[in-house]
Each structure stands twice: as structure tokens, then as C-alpha cells.
Design a protein around this ligand. Structure first.
Ligand code: SF4
Length: 155
């Protein structure tokens, strides 16, 4: 995948402690239907509410389909900005997103030697005992706001 020049310029210098240079090749793994706990849902809601509604609407309205072959396509995460190639809830992203490149079963796609989490399996096992649902499912359960409303709100 070719990176836009602006993005290339913004890459940080990798170092021994953090060999990730922010290339964002892992962004294609930001798939629709990511599950989260209720606490993570609450953090994402706060993160969205702290941002410009127009920008959020722009991202929510994007076509998130990725066509691989004629009859094979996938859909990217609701929160993935396919134009700017970034996560709009990055500081509040769920655990599964935080584990990308940090555990053996979610490796860095360009094989940078990012340090592995020492107890990744224990972390995910503990997490698996918590109730998890997609953002849309939590919205329906909590009735905090609906995404359609957020996406059509005028500022
Ligand atoms: S929440 Fe952010 S990091 Fe996680 S899958 Fe969605 S766009 Fe990617």
C-alpha cells in the first residue's frame, strides 16, 4: 500500500524502545464490529463528545467498504477515518485495538520488533470474562445517543 506524502513526512523516528514508526499498515485490520466493554464504550462516548460533530459526521458517513476481489469485500471500523487513515477515538480505543502488535496472535503486519506484552494471554483471558458488545449494541442498550442522530446533528 502506498502512503500519501503528508503521512510519510509525519512518521516518527523508531527507536530501540519503540520500533513502531506509526506507518499505519495495521489500519486495514480496523474492522467493523469490534467489541468493547461497557467502560470502554463510556470512554469512547466521552471521546466522541469532546470532538467537532462535523468531523465525526464526516467519518461516520464514509464508505468503509474495502474491495479485495470482485466478490470479496470487508468493512472497516466505524471510527476509522479512511481519508486521513487514523482512528478518531484512538485515546479511548478498546483493549483489542491496543493489543495490535503487542501480542503474538495480533502481530505487526510489517514485522517491526515491537516489544510483546509480558502477560498478553492473562490480560485477554481476564478481559474475556467481561460483557462485551459492539458500539451500536451498547448504544441501543444504554440509550445514550444514537449514531444516526450524531451523524445528522448540525453545529
Ligand atoms: S476503534 Fe480505532 S483502533 Fe480500534 S478498530 Fe476502530 S478505528 Fe481501529
Amino acid at each position: 500500500m502506498t502512503r500519501p506524502p503528508a503521512r510519510r513526512q509525519s512518521l516518527r523516528q523508531p527507536n530501540e524502545d519503540n520500533p513502531c514508526d506509526g506507518c499505519h499498515e495495521c489500519g486495514l485490520r480496523c474492522m467493523a464490529g469490534i467489541q468493547m466493554t461497557q467502560q470502554e464504550f463510556g470512554q469512547i462516548v466521552k471521546c466522541l463528545q469532546s470532538q467537532d460533530a462535523k468531523q465525526i459526521r464526516r467519518v461516520l458517513d464514509q464508505d468503509k467498504r474495502v474491495v479485495w476481489f470482485e466478490d470479496i469485500e470487508t468493512e472497516q471500523c466505524l471510527f476509522y477515518d479512511v481519508t486521513k487513515r487514523r482512528c478518531i477515538v484512538y485515546p479511548a480505543r478498546p483493549l483489542i485495538c491496543r493489543l495490535f502488535g503487542r501480542v503474538e496472535w495480533l502481530p505487526c503486519p510489517v514485522e517491526r520488533p515491537v516489544p510483546m506484552l509480558s502477560d498478553g494471554l492473562g490480560v485477554i483471558q481476564a478481559y474475556a470474562t467481561e460483557k462485551r458488545a459492539t458500539f451500536a449494541e451498547w448504544c441501543a442498550e444504554e440509550g445514550l445517543f444514537d449514531l444516526g442522530q450524531l451523524a445528522t446533528e448540525e453545529t
